[in-house]
Design a binder for this molecule. Structure first.
Ligand code: ZN
Length: 176
């Protein structure tokens, strides 16, 4: 277990396309363990390889839900060589942050539902369906693997808004 440094805005690594993972070895397991720890320590909902300086197609997301016994569950889901298979036409527009861009919350439209496949740390393929915040996190982290960040996806950031824009966004959120 180790907390890794999170790469911040301005580092060219955030704009690069990552390579697939080919070796499902101890090094990958350690990387995924560390990414989970780093995400939790930073209070994030997701973290992708390039954010810890690894140009590989891996990310982790935090799935938070209430189980059948009414317990709050925090589950870390690991994605290796992920692929988004399906996106709903229905979208949700909401503010979205990123651990590599602290304090920058961009208004971004994402699909309300996605279906994705990925390999786990042993190389086993799995499929996942996700809605809402989890779907948003999967799309956000998957974009990182292609060098795409909130700066590319958002044309409006909370701290840059005029009073009129803030009012418009407030109305949008009320609507949702
Ligand atoms: Zn991010």
């Amino acid at each position: 277990m180790a907390i890794r440094n999170i790469v911040k805005d301005g580092d060219p690594i955030l704009k690069k396309v990552c390579r697939p993972v080919t070796d499902f070895n101890d090094k990958l397991a350690t990387l995924l363990d560390d990414m989970g720890d780093t995400m939790i320590a930073a209070n994030g909902l997701g973290l992708a390889g390039p954010q810890v300086g690894m140009m590989r197609r891996v990310f982790v997301v935090l799935d938070q839900y209430i189980d059948e016994d009414d317990n709050e569950v925090d589950e870390i889901i690991e994605f290796v060589n992920p692929e988004i298979l399906e996106k709903s036409e229905e979208t949700i527009t909401s503010f979205e942050g990123c651990l590599s861009f602290p304090g920058r919350n961009g208004l971004i439209t994402r699909p309300a539902y996605v279906r994705a496949k990925a390999q786990d740390r042993t190389g086993e393929w799995f499929e996942i369906e996700a809605e809402g915040l989890l779907a948003r996190a999967i799309c956000h982290e998957n974009d990182h693997l292609n060098g795409i960040t909130v700066l590319d996806n958002a044309n409006l950031f909370y701290e840059d808004m005029t009073p009129e824009q803030l009012k418009a966004v407030q109305e949008l959120e009320d609507y949702e």
